[in-house]
Design a protein around this ligand. Structure first.
Ligand code: ATP
Length: 137
């Protein structure tokens, strides 16, 4: 069964949105396989965002992601990657469709509340990175 890696970013944790966001995935029908509050190291984040290292916003992104704990979790179920991304909404909350998590809880691309894997391959890579001890299904 397909799995995806979802994270509530530090602004979402700080604002008390973890329960609401996890609930949406549960009620949609996904199984939560693992869930952990993590204070990510710079090393972990450089690995996680390896494709974005040359972007002008990268230093800000690192600082944002290190500003507090991240709620990292794994969802499992049919279409987990695509439906997960659809449920988060467009990266920029200004463009997110109504009813998506980012549209309902964010206004700023620099504080967009959540992350979701963009492919099955990146999901497996990210799950291994954030849950190095492994995830039971
Ligand atoms: P995520 O990986 O968080 O699900 P994404 O895959 O939709 O997001 P990417 O283009 O990979 O989008 O960007 C990763 C993250 O970098 C975004 O979620 C956002 O937090 C941040 N980011 C992207 N573009 C900008 C920008 N122009 N200014 C500030 N932060 C940005």
């Amino acid at each position: 069964l397909e799995r995806s890696f979802i994270a509530v970013k530090p602004d979402g944790v700080e604002r008390g949105l973890v329960g609401e966001i996890v609930r949406r995935f549960e009620t949609r029908g996904f199984k939560i396989l693992a869930l952990q509050l993590v204070q990510p190291s710079e090393e972990l984040l450089r690995e996680h965002y390896q494709d974005l290292a040359s972007k002008p916003f990268f230093p800000k992104l690192l600082a944002y992601m290190r500003s507090g704990p991240v709620a990292a979790f794994v969802i499992q179920g049919k279409g987990a990657v695509k439906i997960g991304r659809d449920m988060l909404g467009a990266t920029n909350p200004q463009d997110s469709a109504p009813g998506t998590i980012r549209a309902d809880f964010a206004l700023d691309i620099g504080k967009n509340v959540c992350h979701g894997s963009d492919s099955v391959e990146s999901a497996e890579r990210e799950i291994a990175l954030w849950f190095p001890a492994g995830v039971a299904s």
